[in-house]
Design a protein around this ligand. Structure first.
Ligand SMILES: [Cu+2]
Length: 147
């Protein structure tokens, strides 16, 4: 009885692992033309076979980057606060999008402007690192279509 249960369990695990890998899609950056103001990166993290946490997003072309969460602040004003970790449960879809979670990027190299693309590096709690290309989108330009 025990043996057959564990066999079933293994089959279930194998089926799961084949299904989805941890990945990042739909990355783009709302580019700030004012150097003192940060740009903001948006993307979708698609969970893999295990629960993990996203613990950092960085790019070589910005001096500093920080994950933020947007909260309903006082008097109806939206406020943001830095977060050091965002949970990505297995098989889930975690969106970083305008009005929600985002990554602030400070002081992108002056030579790098829309429509150039930058590479974002995503670090996860299980040691995985994923890179994704993100187009810089100028202020006033529409966001790339999200699928
Ligand atoms: Cu922010």
């Amino acid at each position: 009885m025990i043996r057959s249960l564990s066999a079933l369990f293994l089959i279930a695990l194998a089926g799961c692992a084949k299904e989805e890998q941890l990945r990042v899609t739909d990355a783009w950056v709302r580019y700030s033309p004012v150097r003192e103001n940060p740009s903001a990166a948006y993307f979708t993290v698609r969970g893999g076979p295990q629960d993990v946490s996203l613990i950092g997003v960085s790019t070589e072309v910005a001096i500093r980057s920080e994950m933020h969460e947007t909260m309903a602040g006082q008097q109806g004003m939206a406020a943001m606060k830095p977060v050091t970790s965002v949970q990505v449960p297995a098989g889930s879809e975690v969106k970083f999008e305008p009005g929600g979670k985002h990554v602030m990027l400070w002081s992108i190299n002056p030579g790098i402007k829309p429509p150039k693309r930058i590479t974002l590096t995503f670090s996860f709690s299980n040691g995985e690192r994923i890179q994704a290309d993100a187009p810089l989108v100028a202020a006033g330009e529409p966001a790339p279509t999200q699928k």
